[in-house]
Write a protein that binds this ligand. Structure first.
Ligand code: ADP
Ligand code: MG
Length: 468
């Protein structure tokens, strides 16, 4: 067996023992570079990947290597940056799944001239939409609608998906469009937003071409309109939509709408249109819970080839509390920073990025935990030492220099304020007696009132720590 065969066999074994997610995150670009007697050299594309191999996967690797080559006793690791551009390795086990995800190369529709739907993104699919309790019904409904025979959409028509901002409606609608196209590459599928649809109608009215517009939409096999709450109060647009709706529905062409509310709550939409919207099936999406969010983060990170340590993934899932809209820009920023710094992301570094994007939101380390990025004295020391650019050992030491004493007292102050520690406990951690701590904290409190620099420091530090 040559080394490539050995490695393929090892990867195959490993793929049976870990999740696809883990495999794609850590193994797909790792290669076996050399076999020399009882030793083996494994190369990783990044320093971080190497660290993970050494610390987390060493025994898994060794046992599976031994399974293929029993003489192996020792593994060495190195970093080969050029592996970042190497083709990814996917064992059979995961290939079956991959095949399902494959989409036609050109998901954009081959429409006759005049009908455009260039805003279907192939990246949103029903396969990479992570299903949890909160969106299962909406996801199944989209799939069921997309699976119907073309022009025989007798059930689920129209399909109405509703829910708050950033909960996955657009992803589902685009996913449905892609699914129809995957099943019927020849289909004419139009995905549009209510706003674009309206602009098109206004233009047609101005140019006296409404008949042409109507003809155009009659040709489509599926019409998908996103965010139709936008039609509220727009009577002329609603009238055109009403006509189009009737044309398409009569010929059993699939129609899918989304809105931020159920049809019954749409005000300023004519009764006849609203009642038609409720003819088929309505499905809501809600904010996914922690587990689903974690899975979504893993899916996105994986798609972006972004390696995130588990604690960072959990941190992101914990702090994505209201909607998922910012998630992608968050991950993009993290990815850009890793690219530049070549350092693996930590809760602290990711927290900093998050605060840049959401300056007014609290961060928290655990789902039910207190706000803030610190849970013990060590964390406070890390932040303060980084902030004042003083070694942590100095904060814990005995130096009387004022540029050390003050930051040290600030650490005590934050232990008290953020972690609600007792003077005794702080004293113990810093090897001081509790009256020294008490005086130090008082000093900081006084200074915040009299010294604007101290007030600024504390403000900035609280921000760093993720507390207001
Ligand atoms: P909406 O249209 O409801 O405002 P989007 O569909 O634009 O929300 O979703 C916001 C982001 O969250 C998108 O990047 C989308 O891919 C992602 N997202 C939301 N729900 C899921 C999910 N269940 N699985 C994967 N990604 C999701
Ligand atoms: Mg949307």
């Amino acid at each position: 067996m040559d080394k490539n065969q050995v490695w393929a066999a090892v990867l195959q074994r490993i793929s049976e023992k870990i999740s696809r997610m883990e495999f794609c995150t850590w193994f797909k670009k790792v290669h076996l570079t050399e076999i020399s007697g009882a030793a083996i050299l494994i190369s990783c594309p990044t320093e971080m990947n190497k660290n993970w191999m050494e610390t987390k996967y060493h025994s898994l690797l060794l046992s599976n290597l031994k399974g293929v080559l029993p003489e192996i006793e020792k593994i060495f690791f190195d970093v080969k940056l050029e592996l970042q551009n190497a083709p990814t390795q996917t064992p059979d086990l995961f290939q079956a799944k991959k095949a399902v995800r494959k989409l036609p190369n050109k998901p954009e529709v081959r429409l006759s001239p005049g009908i455009e739907s260039r805003i279907i993104h192939s990246k949103f699919t029903l396969q990479n939409f992570v299903v949890g309790e909160e969106n299962r019904f909406a996801h199944s409904a989209c799939l069921a609608a997309a699976e119907q025979k073309l022009n025989e959409a007798k059930k689920y028509n129209p399909l109405f998906v509703y829910g708050g901002v950033g909960l996955g409606k657009t992803h589902l609608l685009q996913g449905a469009a892609n699914e129809i196209l995957r099943r019927h590459p020849e289909a004419k599928v139009v995905y549009t937003t209510a706003e674009r649809f309206m602009n098109e109608i206004i233009k047609a009215i101005r140019e006296r071409k409404t008949d042409m517009l109507r003809k155009k939409y009659r040709q489509v096999d599926a019409l998908i309109i996103d965010d139709i709450q936008f039609f509220e109060g727009k009577e002329k647009t609603q009238e055109e939509l009403f006509n189009t709706f009737n044309d398409l529905h009569e010929f059993h062409k699939q129609i899918i709408f989304s809105a931020d509310r159920p049809p019954s709550d749409l005000v300023g939409i004519s009764d006849r249109l609203r009642s038609r919207m409720g003819w088929g099936l309505s499905a809501d999406v809600q904010m996914p819970g922690y587990e689903t969010r974690l899975a979504i983060i893993q899916e996105k990170a994986n798609e972006m080839n972004l390696m995130l340590p588990p604690d960072v993934q959990e941190f992101l899932a914990t702090n994505t509390r209201k909607n998922l809209r910012e998630l992608e820009s968050w991950l993009n920023q993290i990815s850009a920073e890793i690219e530049i710094s070549k350092i693996s992301p930590t809760i602290q570094s990711v927290g900093k990025i998050w605060r840049k994007l959401n300056p007014h939101e609290d961060l928290t380390l655990s789902e039910n935990g207190k706000p803030g990025l610190v849970k013990n004295t060590d964390d406070i020391i890390t932040f303060v030492s980084e902030y004042f650019q003083i070694p942590a050992t100095e904060l814990l030491g005995t130096s009387r220099k004022s540029e050390i004493v003050l930051p040290r007292q600030v650490s005590w102050f934050l232990c008290k304020e953020v972690l609600k520690m007792s003077f005794e406990k702080i004293g113990k951690d810093f090897s001081k007696n509790h009256t020294t701590i008490l005086h130090g904290i008082k000093k900081v409190q006084e200074l915040t009132r009299t010294d604007s620099a101290m007030a600024r420091h504390l403000h900035a530090l609280r921000k760093d720590l993720g507390v207001k």
